[in-house]
Design a protein around this ligand. Structure first.
Ligand code: NAP
Ligand code: HSE
Length: 454
C-alpha cells in the first residue's frame, strides 16, 4: 500500500520535531499504522530559514492554503500556532475532506466546539493529543483508558515553561539559603525571571507570546480541554479563572519551603454538585506529594475517578520531540482509522456530541480552598489581634500563624498565615478589610493551598 501523504503547516519546533521523528522511526511507525506516513507538502513563513529537520523531498510553500488544497494530501497537521489563520486552514481542510492533527491548544480551547461540529458533519477526524501536556498521552488516557469512571477531579502541572521558571527560582532560593543538596550551590544572587524565560524560549518551550505561559493562559487552554473530556461538557475557555506566576516572589518560595510546601502553577478542575471548578493559579502543595516534585519542563496530571481512584501521568510537557511524539501518535491513530467506520470513532470530547452536559462553571468567588497569606505589618502591639479579628468575622479559621523577625533595615515584619478552607468570596472580603488597616504596609499576598490528598 502507498504511504499516506501528509501536509504540514509549520516547520518550527514541533513541525521540525515531527519531520525528524517520522523519518527516524518511519519503518516502525508503518508497522504500527499499517501504511507508511510521508510528509509530502509543508509550509513556513520563511523558506530560507535554517531548520532543525531535513526538508529534502518535501514540497515547500509559504502559503498554507496551497498545502490544504493539495488534492494528494489526506491529513493536514497544523503546527503554526495562533487562532486566526490556523482556524481558517483547519476549517478549510475539513471542508476539503481531509483529516486534521493539531497541537494548537489555544485554537481547540477557543474554537474547538465549532471545529468538531464541522468535522463530524464532514465525517473527518480532528486529533489533538499534543495540545495538552506535550508528550504525555493524557487525552487518550482520560478519553479511552478511564472511560468506565465517573471522573471527580483533574489537577495538573500543564505548562512546562512556568514549571521550568518556578524550578529555577526554587533552586536559587534554596542555594541562597545554603540548603544542602540544592542543585546550584553558590548562586546566591539568583537568576532573574527574564533570564530564565529567555532560556525556556531558546529551548523551544515557550509560546510565541510568552505571557500565555507566564500568566496561566496556556495552562487555561489545556485545562479547558481536560475538563471537557473528563466531564463531558462543551469547551468553555471564557468561563475559566486564570492567574499566572508573575507575582510569585523569592520570599514566598522560601516561606513555602519552611512550611513544607512547594509552589506550582496548577490547573484544577473539579466536579461538584453545584457546578464545575475550572481554575489555573499558583498553588501551594505539600512537598511530600509526588506532583510537588515534578520539576523543570516536566508536566504531570493527576486524574481521580470513582472506580480507579487517583492516577498520575508524568512526562515532558514541551519541546520538539516530546510534542512530536504525541503528534505522530495521532497520525498513526488517524491512518489506522482511515479504513474503519467513520461514524464509530472515539468522540472528540470523549462523550457523544449530543450527550454533552450543560452543567455550569462556578465563578472563582464560589471556590473553596485553604490559603497562604503574607502580610507586611508594622511591628507594634495589636496588629495581629486586628488581623485575626477580621478573619474570625469572615468565619475563616487559622491553621498556623508565623511572625518573621524584622530585618534591620525594615520598619515592618512579614506575617504568614495558613488558613483552613473557606469560600473565596469570604477571603476577598477579609483581604479588603486587612489591607485597609493602618498597620498593613502593602497589598496582601495570597496563594491558594491544595492538599490533593483524595
Ligand atoms: P514555532 O516554533 O514558532 O513554529 C511555527 C511554525 O509555523 C514556523 O515554522 C513558522 O514559519 C510557521 N508559520 C507561522 N505562521 C505561518 C504562516 N502565516 N504561514 C505559514 N507558516 C507559518 O511554534 P511551535 O513551538 O512549533 O508551536 C507550534 C504549535 O504547537 C503551537 O500551537 C503551540 O502552541 C503548539 N505546541 C508547542 C509546543 C512546544 O513545546 N513548542 C508543545 C505543545 C504544543 P517560520 O519558521 O518560517 O517562522
Ligand atoms: N508553552 C507550552 C509549555 C508548550 O510551556 O508548556 C507546551 O504546550
Amino acid at each position: 500500500m502507498k504511504p499516506v501523504k501528509v501536509g504540514l503547516l509549520g516547520l518550527g519546533t514541533v513541525g521540525g520535531g515531527t519531520v525528524n521523528v517520522l523519518k527516524r522511526n518511519g519503518k516502525e511507525i508503518a508497522r504500527r499504522a499499517g501504511r507508511g506516513i510521508e510528509i509530502a507538502h509543508a509550509c513556513a513563513r520563511e523558506l530560507s530559514k535554517a531548520r532543525i529537520c531535513d526538508t529534502r523531498g518535501i514540497t515547500l510553500s509559504v502559503n498554507a492554503q496551497e498545502v490544504v488544497d493539495n488534492p494528494e494530501i489526506e491529513i493536514v497537521v497544523e503546527l503554526m500556532g495562533g487562532t486566526h489563520l490556523a482556524r481558517e486552514m483547519i476549517l478549510r481542510a475539513i471542508q476539503n475532506g481531509k483529516h486534521v492533527v493539531t497541537a494548537n491548544k489555544a485554537l481547540i480551547a477557543k474554537h474547538g466546539n465549532e471545529i468538531f461540529a464541522a468535522a463530524t458533519k464532514r465525517g473527518v477526524m480532528v486529533a489533538f493529543e499534543a495540545a495538552v501536556a506535550g508528550g504525555i498521552p493524557i487525552i487518550k488516557a482520560i478519553r479511552e483508558g478511564l472511560s468506565g469512571n465517573h471522573i471527580q477531579w483533574v489537577a495538573g502541572i500543564i505548562n512546562g515553561t512556568s514549571n521550568f521558571i518556578l524550578t529555577e527560582l526554587r533552586d536559587d532560593v534554596l542555594s541562597s539559603m545554603g540548603v544542602a543538596g540544592s542543585k546550584k550551590p553558590g548562586t546566591a544572587a539568583g537568576k532573574d525571571f527574564a533570564t530564565v524565560l529567555k532560556e525556556a524560549q531558546r529551548l523551544g518551550y515557550a509560546e510565541a507570546d510568552p505571557t500565555f505561559d507566564i500568566e496561566g493562559i496556556d495552562a487555561g487552554h489545556k485545562l479547558t480541554i481536560l475538563a471537557s473530556i473528563a466531564f463531558g461538557i462543551p469547551l468553555q475557555f471564557d468561563a475559566m479563572y486564570t492567574e499566572g506566576i508573575s507575582k510569585i516572589t523569592r520570599d514566598d518560595v522560601a516561606y513555602a519551603e519552611e512550611l513544607g510546601y512547594r509552589i506550582k502553577l496548577l490547573g484544577i478542575t473539579k466536579r461538584l454538585e453545584q457546578g464545575i471548578e475550572l481554575r489555573v493559579h499558583p498553588t501551594m502543595i505539600p512537598a511530600r506529594r509526588l506532583i510537588a516534585n515534578v520539576d523543570g519542563v516536566m508536566n504531570a496530571v493527576l486524574v481521580s475517578g470513582d472506580a480507579v481512584g487517583p492516577t498520575l501521568y508524568y512526562g515532558a510537557g514541551a519541546g520538539a520531540e516530546p510534542t512530536a511524539s504525541a503528534v505522530v501518535a495521532d497520525l498513526v491513530d488517524v491512518v489506522r482509522a482511515l479504513t474503519s467506520d467513520p461514524e464509530n470513532r472515539v468522540p472528540h470530547l470523549a462523550f457523544q456530541a449530543d450527550a454533552l452536559s450543560d452543567v455550569a462553571i462556578l465563578p472563582i468567588s464560589e471556590v473553596m480552598t485553604a490559603y497562604y497569606l503574607r502580610l507586611q505589618a508594622l511591628d507594634k502591639p495589636g496588629v495581629l489581634a486586628d488581623v485575626t479579628r477580621i478573619l474570625a468575622d469572615q468565619q475563616i479559621s487559622i491553621e498556623a500563624i508565623i511572625q518573621k523577625e524584622p530585618s534591620p533595615s525594615m520598619q515592618s515584619v512579614s506575617v504568614i498565615i495558613l488558613t483552613h478552607q473557606v469560600k473565596e468570596q469570604r477571603m476577598n472580603e477579609a483581604i479588603k478589610r486587612i489591607e485597609a488597616l493602618q498597620s498593613i504596609r502593602a497589598a496582601v499576598t495570597r496563594i491558594r493551598v491544595e492538599s490533593l490528598g483524595k
